[in-house]
Ligand binder design. Structure first.
Ligand code: ATP
Length: 363
């Protein structure tokens, strides 16, 4: 998926008010041709509201939805011809699984033979090949949701809108279906717009992730960029774990900046101009290491800490630490055979991590 892909659908200045409350506040977001775009955010951040607007089920308070130079915001859901899988999507209870999936083809007047072929194929894809003659009531909730996915995909829509379609499935099925969704996405080349609040799922599946916070689009980019270069504290903390060190007396030195945290001088990348606001140094726990003695490491930040707690997790051990004899909590995981995993709570330790993995965010 190249970043220069053509824009298929462009949401421009979308706002949705309920009284004075903005469920969406001036959202601008493009869906690129063939991408897997995930709308991610905490509960109530506006993801479903935007998906309903894209689907044509909700006419927003303000904004446009441009498709091929035409504003389709007033176009009905049926005329948009997008595939949809929503939470709790209702199947026809009196129809078999095969007939449910065949329904969109039937109303599009696809011939019986082709209909049968496509239904069989898509049911195999979602792992329900052996259940095609059952009624929805004879299936588990997870299986019913997979029928809904098959039904939304069977007519190969231009755009597939999915609202947490995997959340009803158990862990194994969910992982299986994630892989299936990725493969289907590659195979059919359809653009997917996928709503989830599961960060891992978003990182695993998406071409791009759009992160929402209180009705606003906080950041949109590839999973790698969002994870490695979050541009706000909200995004940094929402997507994965992040350790944050408040910095005092911050000074710039070329492409780097340095500041003081609990008597240690810490360094970070600082490509942007530094504002007057307080900043924190951010580092992902996986870039940090722990030592018994003060390490001598070129190009690394080093700071003393104290081990406060550890939780055995099989292959790894989760360590909770504090810095500066105070309440600054730091978390990291080390492999089970790491010396840190054998230390007792209260032990004085040293933390290190590369300056290149340290960046500044507004506090
Ligand atoms: P979740 O992950 O819990 O589904 P979400 O990010 O999809 O959350 P939305 O369902 O889009 O969030 O809701 C955004 C906000 O708009 C919420 O605070 C919700 O309570 C509010 N909201 C949604 N529909 C209405 C409505 N019809 N009337 C009033 N407020 C509404």
């Amino acid at each position: 998926m190249s970043s220069s892909s053509a824009i298929q659908l462009s949401a421009q200045g979308i706002s949705q008010y309920y009284g004075k409350f903005a469920a969406l506040d001036n959202v601008n977001l493009d869906v690129r041709q063939g991408e897997f775009l995930t709308l991610l955010g905490p509960s109530g951040s506006g993801k479903t509201t935007l998906l309903m607007i894209l689907a044509g089920f909700l006419n927003p308070t303000a904004g446009k939805l441009m498709e091929n130079g035409v504003d389709i915001i007033k176009r009905s859901a049926e005329k948009r011809n997008y595939g949809m899988v929503f939470q709790g999507y209702a199947l026809f209870p009196h129809m078999s699984v095969a007939d449910n999936v065949a329904y969109p083809l039937r109303i599009r007047k696809v011939g019986a033979e082709e209909r049968q072929r496509r239904v069989k194929h898509i049911l195999e894809v979602v792992g329900l090949g052996a259940h095609m003659h059952k009624k929805p009531s004879e299936l588990s909730g997870g299986q019913q949701q997979r029928v809904a996915i098959a039904r939304a995909l069977v007519f190969e829509p231009e755009l597939l809108l999915l609202d947490e379609p995997l959340s009803a499935l158990d862990k194994n099925l969910r992982e299986q279906l994630q892989t299936e969704l990725q493969r289907i996405h590659r195979q059919v080349g359809t653009s997917f717009v996928f709503v989830t609040h599961d960060q891992g799922e978003a990182l695993a599946l998406s071409s791009r992730i759009a992160i929402f916070n209180q009705g606003r689009l906080a950041q949109v980019d590839t999973p790698e960029t969002i994870y490695n270069q979050p541009d706000s504290r909200f995004v940094a903390e929402f997507l994965g774990k992040m350790n944050l060190f408040p910095l005092a007396d911050v000074m710039r030195n070329g492409s780097h900046a340095s500041g003081r945290c609990a008597d240690s001088q810490l360094h970070a990348l600082a490509p942007m101009p530094l504002g007057a606001q307080p900043v924190v140094l951010a580092v992902r726990p996986e870039h940090m290491d722990l030592h018994r003695e003060r390490p001598i490491l070129e190009g690394h930040n080093v700071i003393p800490a104290q081990l406060t707690d550890k939780v055995y997790q099989g292959a790894s051990t989760h360590l909770a630490l504090k810095v500066g004899g105070d309440t600054l909590p730091i978390n990291l995981s080390v492999p089970g055979n790491h010396p840190g995993a054998q230390m007792n709570s209260g032990a004085p330790v040293w933390l290190s991590w590369p300056v290149q993995q340290s960046f500044l965010l507004q506090a």
